[in-house]
Each structure stands twice: as structure tokens, then as C-alpha cells.
Design a protein around this ligand. Structure first.
Ligand SMILES: C[S@@+](CC[C@H](N)C(=O)[O-])C[C@H]1O[C@@H](n2cnc3c(N)ncnc32)[C@H](O)[C@@H]1O
Length: 189
């Protein structure tokens, strides 16, 4: 079966990330991706999760506690400030990151990810990523402000040097109502 968007985003990370790696959940929300990443990197790895909303940080922390996972730091700050929160020894093992863009389901729909900070964060993460490391963007764009972010990200990723990065597009082109899609960026050898 063709994998759905969330399953495929996790599948891609499974192929690239190794046990012991450092990974970033750039938009924790309710912590589903953080939980997945925490299990993926194992006890020797570490997840740094970011969200600007206090409620998202609480929800994510609760989910991790319920699952007794302790290899995580959940930080209430913009992903564009990630560099200030990750110690150098962990940064050198950066194997992957996920951005689940848009707004927090069941919350204030006016608090959305924005292209400026998203691209700033991606750029910083790409410069620290290990070879073969992967950044996955899950792009929801049906909400107000979503089209602008989608277009900026398409423009930015199309211009990434193909000698340095593979950029993959994955999406369902016959679905109605602005379905989400994936852009995945892999750092080449
Ligand atoms: C689609 S939700 C993420 C869903 C999440 N991955 C999950 O599993 O529940 C997007 C999240 O991005 C957060 N966000 C918006 N701007 C942000 C920023 N600059 N830095 C970090 N998080 C941000 C929002 O607060 C929201 O919780």
C-alpha cells in the first residue's frame, strides 16, 4: 500500500536516523512525532523538541512521561533559536529533523508556523546535519497563511544545490481540499 503522509514521514526518518543520533522535532504540538523520534534514537540518542506554545510543551512532556521516555528536552522557544539550546557534543550527532507545519490541532488557529522562521531553522539545521542526515517537512497549507509558507518553502528547496542535497516531493495529487504533502531534504556525501 502507498503510505499516508504521516507514515511516510516516519518511514523516511527510519531510513536515515541511527540509534544514538540527535534529532529535532521542530514543532512538537501534541508530541506524536516527538514520541516517535524518542523511540527511534533509543536511550543513547537525544531529541530536542521545540514549540512556541506552552500548552504544546505541556502536552508533549505529558506524552513522553506517560511512555517513560527521558532522552528528550522539550523547549518553549522558536525552532529558529535551536542553536542556543543544543550542546555542541549533541549537535555533532545531528541525524534528522521533522517540521510538522501549520497550527496545533484543537487550539488557536491563528498561531501558525511562518516561512521566515521555518526557513531560518531549516538553514541552520542543514548546516549542522550529518552526511546522509534528513530534514522532513510535512506541509499543511489549507489554513490562512498556509499558502504563503508553502510557496516560500517550494522556492527555497528548489534552489538548494543538487550537488549537496537531494530534495524529494511526496504527495497525493488527486486529493481534494489542499492535502498536506512532504518535502524531504537529504544531505549528500
Ligand atoms: C501542526 S502543529 C504540530 C503537530 C505535532 N507534530 C504533533 O504531533 O502533534 C504545528 C505546531 O508548530 C508550532 N509552532 C508555530 N511556530 C513555531 C516556531 N516558530 N517554532 C516552534 N514551533 C512553532 C505551533 O505552536 C504548533 O503547535
Amino acid at each position: 500500500m502507498i503510505k499516508g503522509i504521516i507514515n511516510y514521514s516516519h518511514y523516511l526518518l527510519e531510513t536515515a536516523v541511527e540509534k544514538g543520533d540527535t534529532v529535532i522535532d521542530a514543532t512538537c504540538g501534541n508530541g506524536h512525532d516527538t514520541l516517535f523520534l524518542s523511540k527511534l534514537v533509543g536511550e543513547t540518542g537525544h531529541v530536542f523538541g521545540f514549540d512556541i506554545q506552552e500548552q504544546a510543551v505541556i502536552n508533549t512532556q505529558n506524552r513522553l512521561t506517560k511512555n517513560r521516555l527521558t532522552n528528550t528536552d522539550i523547549i518553549q522557544d522558536s525552532h529558529s533559536n535551536f542553536i542556543h539550546h543544543i550542546p555542541v557534543d549533541k549537535l555533532t550527532r545531528l541525524g534528522g529533523a521533522i517540521f510538522n507545519l501549520g497550527y496545533l490541532p484543537g487550539s488557536d488557529k491563528s498561531i501558525i508556523t511562518r516561512s521566515e522562521s521555518t526557513i531560518l531553522a531549516i538553514e541552520g539545521i542543514l548546516s549542522h546535519l550529518k552526511q546522509n542526515g534528513l530534514v522532513v517537512l510535512v506541509i499543511y497549507h489549507g489554513h490562512e497563511g498556509g499558502t504563503e509558507e508553502k510557496e516560500q518553502l517550494m522556492r527555497y528547496t528548489r534552489l538548494l544545490d543538487q550537488k549537496m542535497f537531494h530534495v524529494l516531493y511526496y504527495g497525493f495529487i488527486n486529493q481534494k481540499n489542499d492535502p498536506p504533502f512532504i518535502l524531504a531534504i537529504q544531505k549528500r556525501n
